[in-house]
Design a protein around this ligand. Sequence first.
Ligand code: AMP
Length: 547
Amino acid sequence: MLGLMQQRPLLISTLLTHAARHHGSAEVVSATGSGGVYRTTWGETERRARRLARVLQGLGVQPQDRIGTLAWNDYRHLEIYYATSGMQAICHTINPRLAPDDIAYIVDHAGDSVLCIDPGFAPLLGGIAARIKDTVRTVVVMTDAAGMPALDLPGGMRLLCYDTLMDAGSDDYAWPEFDENTASALCYTSGTTGRPKGVLYSHRSTVIHAYAVALPDVLDMRATSRILPVVPMFHVNAWGIPYATALTGAALVLPGRHLDGASLARMLNQERVTMTCGVPTIWLGLLQHLRSSGEKLATVKRIMTGGSAAPPLLIEAFRDEFGVAIEHGWGMTELSPVGTYNAPKPPQVGLSGEPAVRHMLKQGRVLPGIDMKIVDGDGRELPWDGKQFGDLMVRGPWVCSGYFGDPPGSACDADGWFATGDVATVDADGYMEITDRSKDVIKSGGEWISSITLENIAVSHPDVAEAAVVAAIHPKWDERPLLLVVPRPGHTVDPDSVLNMYQGQVAKWWLPDAVVVLDELPHTATGKLLKTELRSRYRDYYGKTTT
Ligand code: AMP
């Protein structure tokens, strides 16, 4: 017997209409770039998103057309998020930090018919325009008439101004109702190996994910919260924050393109932000600024960090010097993106000092709705003892089933498990800790060594700004860890003193065999260490004669 409850589709437009109706005056604030801000509200955002839907209809956009965006976090990007999905088109966010060749590939693969770009990305677009001219018919520059860049586009591709289109638009649009499983947004993985792959979100997956990230043991969002996502709207939906803030009526503060420590500190304090989210590199930049300027964070209580492992120094420094909790989460493009969050259960409530930091290095417990397991090389499930590490598998209503253009189910196994490519432990309380990407784990004498554990210890050295540990080929042990470090500005690194840090912290055989000091390390377009390049550069470092 089926339940006798109503079938109202979970549509992204309902998040926005809820925000407009019940939190119409709640603020949406955007940095404009010149130190100024643009203030609007959820009520006005809903009205303008309807206007934009009419504008896009006028440009010939049909249901399920892909609308690409190359844009920072601001109110126009937010309007595009809601207008495109709400009118049953697909919001395709593109990471401008990818190589132009990858961007051209992505636009073409996605079949974007319209591209909405910030004026600053005009040169980037100009460079790839010839490659995407068969797909893209219209380029809309997200600015006013005075800010329009000079851009020479191939014949047949028109260049339009966002504000001019909006000024001439009409608000008479009504959000349509359709199947909640309809595709709503598209985001390509950063593609450290091979070509980027498209993850195609649905209205249903996005709305359920918004409910999950708003929960008290995740971002704890309320109508009184003021959230600043540093995490970009051009990648992984800014961790779902543009949707979860509408769901809860929280104020949304969008930082634009200036993400340095000084600009962020100003925005966080000026806009009375209570919670902010981003990758560790951003927080290290903010920390450096706060330390050197003597500024404090007046209202921020919690910072969510994710995207790559949080170094212990970050957690300790913000807690002890600024009274701000750094909270660790994990996710990936294929998970919409949030999968786990580290919030305490009763046994962890009393933790303080070093044990509290040690615990916060874990990426956390799964959000309700996500199922997780770790397996060995033969696919056998491993125990949750916090020690054994294996391949991390997940499944759930906001986990990708197949990549864009591939059949449903092709990205997971017969039971729906998606292999994340991460290697992790899970402890008895269910806290998952990433020890590596499966491709990055070091296999020495048949045993696994975690590069992340070794990197975290290296960056706790006072002279080290950044560290990477990679496997180098070794004639006796197959692979041995090699430590690459970048000194902090104005410091020099003594390799022996860094190696001494490992004493008593890891088994002796985990110690890197050598330390290389570098001026900088390569990063991917999403700020992660580009281990593939480092591995190929240093794989023969130990030479063929080492024993
Ligand atoms: P992306 O799809 O660009 O979001 O990248 C996802 C990958 O980033 C994951 O599979 C992890 O390898 C890594 N990642 C995300 N969050 C964390 C975290 N908190 N700690 C360590 N690695 C992370």
